[in-house]
Design a protein around this ligand. Structure first.
Ligand code: 5CA
Length: 437
């Protein structure tokens, strides 16, 4: 993409409304714009990041053989009356009336909807277990939307649901999601600590939240110091392995977010205790028959008996992750994207647009990068060098390929690593070899 043709409305000044660094940088780098409180438009460079996060989440769900569906954003109130959650949910639920006077709502989550789909189509124990997910916009009329996409009113969530014949099998499904979450965060370049959690309005008796550590996190967490060194990447685990031992290993020490903190345990831990702030990037629940009972999700068992299915639900905050990654990875000049989610791999900077040779080499290099399938943002704008560097640092692409007349005399360019800040003066050929492998 040529920057001269790209919609990248960067801001030099820090927007006053933004209190935390990710919100500031998302606005400044032209990723998002606010529409109303807690509701945002995603601009081209922001949407590229959101789609990459979404895709990494999707691939790991597919890898664990969870099936993708897409349920609507608007749901009938009737469905939520059956589960008794229509009144329970309170003012956080956005209620809508259609032209026929039918009560509808903008879904804050989809337990009822997926249970209805299941109940209408799956009849036999032979068809269990089943796991479904979708990646869809949610609406929660949060009392205090804040920190940009971190606590929005409209936000993108991956929510998944499992259906099993009995508690033992449901536990296996739960463990699969647990491990898939570890793998997903690792692929996003993050380490998330699993913590025993409250179940809130989702209900159920077993639940874990996944939190990444960041000073600006909303939750004050307490954990055993071992969590700061433990391997939480799930990388050596296969979905066919015994996942219980991996879940046990990752939950062996004490770790608790806000509501579940236990002062007595923390006192006993003494010097081994660490207090930190965290961002909740995922939450998984096992709630048994809470919804299947009320919505009639049963199957016939081996002897024809009717069995109410055991369920769990599993959420990842996809849009929140865009902010969370920035909280974990930035410096005073801007964002530092992990390569897995970077909007482009390389920023090609032409230092002197009026220089004929420079222009020629840059155009050709751009063509070669594109042909090699390397996502490139080409700064071909006739601007002050300082602003070009500032913009490129701000948007945080992993590599900057800097082409100027002085180095070009010796056939050289500069290759800058955004994370380390290291700049190498190398031949164009070696730079290309590095960027196109
Ligand atoms: N039905 C369950 C699991 S599918 C559920 O809704 N869980 S949740 O309420 O914990 O949300 C799942 C994830 O969505 C959270 O861990 C968080 O990362 C994200 N999330 C929740 N509320 C918001 C919000 N207001 N803004 C951005 N992300 C949010």
């Amino acid at each position: 993409m040529r920057l001269s043709r790209y919609f990248l409305p960067t801001l030099k000044e820090n927007p006053t409304e933004a209190q935390i660094v990710s919100h500031r940088l998302m606005l400044r780098s032209g990723m998002i714009r606010q529409s109303s409180a807690g509701i945002y438009s995603w601009l081209p460079i922001g949407l590229r990041v959101l789609k990459k996060i979404e895709q990494i989440v999707r691939e790991e769900q597919n890898a664990m053989e969870c099936q993708e569906v897409l349920m609507p954003t608007i749901q009938p109130a009737e469905l939520w009356r059956q589960s008794d959650r229509y009144d329970d949910y309170g003012p956080e639920m956005l209620r809508i009336t259609d032209r026929h006077g039918r009560e509808m709502l903008y879904g804050p989550t989809n337990e009822e909807q997926i249970t209805e789909i299941f109940a209408n189509s799956i009849r036999s124990y032979r068809d269990l277990p089943q796991m479904f997910y979708h990646i869809q916009w949610k609406f929660r009329d949060e009392i205090r939307p804040r920190f940009g996409v971190m606590r929005g009113r409209e936000f993108l969530m991956k929510d998944a649901y499992s259906f099993d014949l009995n508690a033992q099998s449901a536990r296996k499904s739960y463990n699969k999601f647990f491990v898939s979450y570890l793998k997903t965060y690792a692929k996003l370049g993050l380490t998330a600590i699993p913590m025993a959690a409250d179940t809130g309005p989702i209900g159920g008796d077993m639940s874990h939240e996944f939190l990444i550590l960041a000073d600006t996190g909303e939750s004050e967490i307490a954990c055993h110091k071992n969590y700061l060194e433990m391997d939480l990447s799930g990388q050596n685990i296969n979905y066919v392995d015994d996942l219980q031992s991996e879940v046990d290993r990752c939950t062996a020490e004490y770790a608790a977010s806000d509501e579940k903190r236990d002062k007595a345990v923390e006192k006993d831990l003494g010097d081994d205790l660490r207090i930190a702030r965290g961002i909740e990037v995922g939450h998984i629940f096992y709630f048994g028959t809470k919804y299947s009972d009320k919505l009639g999700a049963t199957v016939s068992g081996p002897n024809g008996e009717e069995i109410t299915v055991e369920m769990g639900s599993y959420g990842i905050g996809v849009s929140r992750l865009a902010g969370a990654i920035i909280e974990a990875s930035h410096d005073e000049n801007g964002i530092i994207w992990p390569k897995e989610v970077a909007p482009f791999h390389v920023g090609l900077i032409n230092l002197k647009v009026e220089d004929h040779n420079c222009q020629h080499v840059c155009d050709k290099t751009y063509g070669n990068l594109v042909r090699a399938g390397t996502d490139t943002l080409y700064d071909d704008r006739n601007l002050r060098v300082g602003s070009k560097f500032a913009d490129m640092d701000l948007i945080g692409l992993p590599w900057q390929l800097i082409v100027g007349p002085r180095n070009l005399k010796h056939g050289n360019v500069e290759l800058k690593n955004r994370r380390t800040g290291e700049i190498e003066d190398i031949s164009l050929e070696s730079a290309m070899a590095r960027l196109t492998t």
